[in-house]
Design a protein around this ligand. Structure first.
Ligand code: ATP
Ligand code: MG
Length: 339
């Protein structure tokens, strides 16, 4: 079995703090399970931009392209340039964002267990804006059948492993052509999945129901921008934005990152919650394990998840966002002890 090559981007703000906590847990798992993982830290983000004039310098890009998976901390001002370049450059077309309530965590709603499957390559994220006259700006919104079909398949495949329900979120009453194409394409793919039930909602109704009756959702499939907005809300509804991991998956590679941003307001204090990044790292191990039929990697990923959930539910060592007074590193050490 060849060793797995992981590129790690620390990021900005709280990024280095949550990354070092996460690597502490990963190194413990490597020892405990004898994993063959080669970790390479790469510079990307605001500090790379300041030092080299590029948010992803050539050397970093080379390591990223040659890695099996990327573990990424939150990036600050240059977040758009970094993540959009990696997502589009490596064609990581599916952004998967689960929202789930963990025992012992005070959440706005307790009955949430859903996954947002967000199309990751087009919509307004093609970033084609122009000022057509002084005082009038336009943005291009791209939706294609090709991208809608492949994201729909990801959503239905995932639903088969869960409660077998998919909700399409769109605004086709206003954006008849773009959202109309997305919606109709998802329905056409649904025909190949007779065991999965399907319904649809407008984005405005969906945000309301995410708070009012979140239990109605299992898998949500949506376009890029709606998915971005929905997933921050979904993370908040389950307790703290510091808990929610995400995966950006393509046919060959994948990137795992917390949903939250660089949180400059609490950076450098050692109080950030590293859970979202630890869950992202555990997900990465499971993904690589499943892809390579490597049971040991899957087992290690699950064990990290369980140790993290145990530490959260025990409630003795928690970071301030969850009502505790533990430091980032203490929380990570508690997970290592449990492992
Ligand atoms: P971005 O535009 O990069 O998404 P943002 O403006 O949405 O950034 P975040 O950096 O995600 O903002 O932070 C939003 C709030 O949540 C901040 O008050 C921050 O302190 C808090 N927060 C974010 N991540 C964490 C974390 N891991 N632990 C504790 N608090 C966090
Ligand atoms: Mg944000």
């Amino acid at each position: 079995m060849c060793p797995y090559r992981i590129a790690v981007i620390e990021g900005d703000g709280i990024g280095p703090e949550v990354t070092s906590a996460t690597l502490l847990v990963l190194e413990r798992a490597i020892d405990r399970y004898g994993l063959e993982i080669e970790i390479t830290k790469v510079e990307a983000g605001d500090r790379a931009l300041a030092r080299y004039g590029s948010p992803i310098p050539e050397d970093s890009w080379r390591v990223i392209v040659n890695s099996d998976a990327i573990l990424k901390g939150p990036v600050g001002e240059s977040a758009g340039d970094v993540v959009v370049k990696i997502r589009r450059g490596l064609d990581l077309y599916a952004n998967i964002r689960p929202a789930k309530v963990y025992p012992g965590v005070r959440a706005l709603r307790n009955n949430v267990d859903l996954v947002i499957v967000r199309e990751n390559t087009e919509d307004v994220y093609v970033r084609a804006e122009s000022m057509i006259y002084e005082g009038v700006a336009v943005a291009l919104r791209v939706i294609s059948r090709y991208a809608s079909e492949r994201i729909a398949r990801v959503a239905f495949d995932l639903a088969l492993k869960r409660r077998k329900h998919v909700t399409i979120v769109h605004k086709a009453n206003v954006l008849t052509l773009t959202d109309g194409l997305f919606k109709n394409t998802v329905y056409s793919i649904a025909k190949s999945y007779p065991d999965v039930s399907i319904d649809e909602m407008y984005i405005d109704a969906a945000v309301m129901d995410l708070v009012r009756r979140p239990e109605r959702f299992d898998v949500i499939v949506t376009t890029n921008l709606y998915g971005d907005i929905l997933s921050d809300l979904a993370a908040y509804v389950t307790g703290s934005i510091g808990l929610a991991p995400s995966a950006n998956i393509g046919d060959r590679k994948a990137l795992f990152e917390p949903i939250h941003g660089a949180a400059f307001d609490i950076a450098g204090k050692g109080i950030a919650n590293p859970t979202a990044m630890i869950f992202s790292m555990a997900w990465m191990l499971k993904y690589l394990g499943e892809k390579n039929s490597d049971e040991n990697m899957v087992r290690a990923g699950k064990a990290i998840e369980e140790a993290t959930i145990y530490t959260l539910s025990e409630g003795k060592i928690l970071t301030p966002d969850l009502g505790g007074n533990a430091k980032t590193e203490e929380f990570a050490k508690a997970i290592c002890d449990r492992l």
